[in-house]
Design a protein around this ligand. Structure first.
Ligand code: BG6
Length: 492
């Protein structure tokens, strides 16, 4: 096993000032793929423009020989990606400087020589002892062989590695993958990425809960009736049939993004925001989660999915999942957490809603509509960047009668702070990985525990129920949450 990459000072204490990473050679595996095009290349350029890249860096794109590019072709590819998906235009001196740092090094497990040569050349170009960061933006099936190659070639030594989700497909495969990864990297070198944890508002759950005194006393089973974590999407599978058929919404979204958000919503206050205490507290939530109960799971598939290119005509892959999860600890026993995500739904949202219990004394005549929706007391956190937080409560309507109406106090990031330093999820996390801060990355024990509680569903998935594109998923999802309703800001 190679020695652990030494954490920088900033890794030990989550930073208050904006830190700039040490000099780096960054290798992006899967450099010609979808993720690199949509997120990684535009994100790296945005970091460069924002002055957050190291003083000296080189970025090496890599892929197996058949899809290898020349340096020039890779630069053109990156420019196209930034133009199409980036927040900054690929022009001017900033682009020129970034472009010069781009190179390509093909790598096959049995012929890693071009990549090794490219890394050596990049290190020479930078001089001194730059850090190495590998980003494995490859299909899950390829993680093992790339990790093996990094070990065999010695490139892994002292480096850091970002591994994409989903990490395994069940407990056994996640354990096997962790074993492979740990045969080459120490856990302190491993950054399992979940880009939802890089979103501003997810991090702000920590600030909201633990930097303020007024919420924590009511953030528990005495006051909370139920919690919803809801991430509907309007997009379909966008030509990703090969990935999606094997993955499905539960593995793609729930066991990853939504469970991680749940960890932040439900955790006890950590002793500090350092990686260890933060991840320890999240782990305790995962440990307290009960194995999924099939009576509380709905799997759906949008009509037309089976007609998409690359999808089996009798596919049972779910494009929608809704479930009720129990966190069996002192804070949350008896408080259901309802999770929902799906493709081709009526709206795109990323919302956590904490619903508070009604006061015991109902001295006010409320109207039937308010009673039915139960919307009086809610804290709503929209974590789609830039996001917002709203407190919903009941207030007296003006006039002689004591009539209650729904009221809302809302904080919008977009209106409230200077957003000059705002980073997209991936950008934030790549920066954190360069700084060596693992706080917002998932840990091997956490991933394994989440697969463990998912086993009843993975081993015995109920048949998918069809739903119409543009709808809110199968009817059963509404029954699952009854007598409550799925809450979305504009009323669905
Ligand atoms: C990805 C999933 O991890 O997250 C996609 O693979 C999904 O299926 C995406 O669409 C959603 O992320 P965001 O940042 O667009 O909300």
């Amino acid at each position: 096993m190679s020695p652990a990459a030494k954490p920088t000072k900033t890794a030990r204490r989550r930073k208050m000032a904006i830190a700039v990473p040490d000099n780096h050679v960054i290798v992006v595996f899967g450099a010609t793929g979808d993720l690199a095009k949509r997120k990684l290349l535009p994100g790296l350029f945005h970091l460069a423009k924002a002055g957050l890249m190291p003083a000296k860096y080189q970025i090496i794109g890599s892929s197996p020989a058949p899809s290898a590019l020349s340096d020039d072709d890779f630069r053109r590819h990156a420019k196209e990606a930034v133009r199409e998906f980036g927040s900054s235009r690929p022009t001017g001196a900033a682009w020129q400087a970034f472009e010069t740092a781009l190179h390509f090094g093909a790598a096959d497990p049995n012929d890693p020589a071009p990549l090794v040569a490219a890394v050596q050349a990049a290190e020479k170009e930078i001089g001194g002892h730059p850090r190495r960061l590998f980003h494995l933006a490859v299909p899950p099936g390829a993680f093992g062989s790339v990790v093996g190659m990094l070990g065999d070639t010695g490139l892994a030594e002292g480096s850091r590695v970002i591994i994409e989700k989903p990490f395994g497909t069940d407990l056994a495969s996640a354990q096997a993958l962790n074993q492979t990864v740990h045969s080459v990297f120490a856990e302190s070198q491993v950054f399992r990425i979940d880009h939802f944890l890089g979103k501003e508002s997810v991090d702000n759950i920590l600030a909201l809960r633990f930097a303020n005194g007024f919420l924590e006393p009511i953030w528990n089973r005495d006051h909370v009736s139920h919690v919803q974590i809801d991430v509907p999407e309007t997009i379909g599978i966008e030509g990703r049939a090969e990935f999606f058929e094997k993955t499905g919404t539960f593995r793609d979204m729930i066991v990853t993004h939504l469970f991680q958000v749940l960890g932040f919503v439900a955790m006890e206050p950590p002793t500090s925001l350092n990686a260890k205490p933060l991840r320890d507290e999240k782990q305790k939530v995962f440990d307290a989660m009960r194995p999924l109960d099939l009576a509380h799971v709905v799997r759906g598939q949008y009509r037309g999915y089976r007609a998409e290119a690359g999808v089996a005509r009798d596919s049972q892959t779910e494009t929608f999942a809704a479930l009720r999860v129990e966190v069996d600890n002192w804070r949350w026993a008896g408080v259901p957490f309802y999770l929902r995500s799906g493709k081709s739904l009526g709206q795109r949202r990323s919302v956590t809603t904490v619903n508070f219990k009604e006061p015991t004394l109902r001295m006010f005549p409320t109207d039937a509509r308010i009673d039915k929706d139960g919307r009086g007391n809610q804290l709503v956190i929209d974590f789609d960047d830039p996001g917002w937080i709203a407190a919903r409560f009941l207030a007296k309507e003006p006039g002689p009668a004591m009539r209650l109406g729904e009221a809302e106090m809302i904080f919008r990031y977009a209106d409230s702070f200077v957003r000059a330093h705002e980073l997209e999820g991936y950008e934030r996390l790549i920066l954190e990985a360069m700084l060596g801060d693992q706080s917002l990355f998932t840990r091997s024990d956490g991933i394994e525990r989440l697969w463990e509680i998912s086993a009843p569903l993975i081993e015995n998935p109920p048949p998918v129920e069809l739903y119409s594109p543009g709808s809110w998923g199968p009817e059963a999802a509404h029954k699952l949450i009854a007598p409550h309703r799925w809450y979305l800001p504009d009323g669905h």
